[in-house]
Design a protein around this ligand. Sequence first.
Ligand code: ITT
Length: 206
Amino acid sequence: MGDENTILFFTSNKGKIAEAKAILKPYGINVEPFDSLIEINEIQSANLEDVAADKLTKAIANNHSRNILAVMVEDAGFFIDEFEGFPGVYSSYVHKTLGINGVLRSLVGIENRCASFRCVIGMHIGRRNLFFTGECKGTVSSEVRGKNGFGYDPIFIPNEGDGRTFAEMNLEEKGQISHRTKAIDAFKAHFDEFKQSPTSNHRNGS
Ligand code: ITT
């Protein structure tokens, strides 16, 4: 599977794959899932970087494709300022248990609704492991709005937008400003520099 322009994304989240595909397509880079969407056993850690590093180790061990550009993972979280960042690294668990309606209930009567999405992407490319971060600041809406996206999208209004939640935007609109786009753009900038360096060769990692 794959070719020299393909990044294999090790994730159980189809929404992440759709977004990464749309972000990287203009650069001629194709993003594909692993053979089957895998349920990843995440380690419990206080920071996204550690979780992303552990996911990348698991991804490399599970990858049997040769001749691809890179293996990619991502760990993301929804950080609410008033709760000192919670749910943050626990976002997946909170989404499955409390759900977005529970998050809205926990903010009733609280004035400070500032929140942010943060993500760390990990890339195994040319035998090196590289990590890039992205953040998108905004506020928590007062009600669930919109049908697009996934996860916390229906309750997040990005500051760089026009007042709509991420779930009220289409893939391209979210892709102009999202945390995921910022992290992937940081990778892309590094990748371009790396390719242009006269001594570099991303295939052998030198
Ligand atoms: P992996 O298999 O890649 O781990 P996941 O969905 O478990 O997929 P994370 O642990 O990175 O991914 O995400 C933690 C939670 O944050 C989870 O509930 C996601 O749905 C949510 N989330 C991540 N990125 C998001 C985004 O762009 N918009 C809305 N919710 C997001």
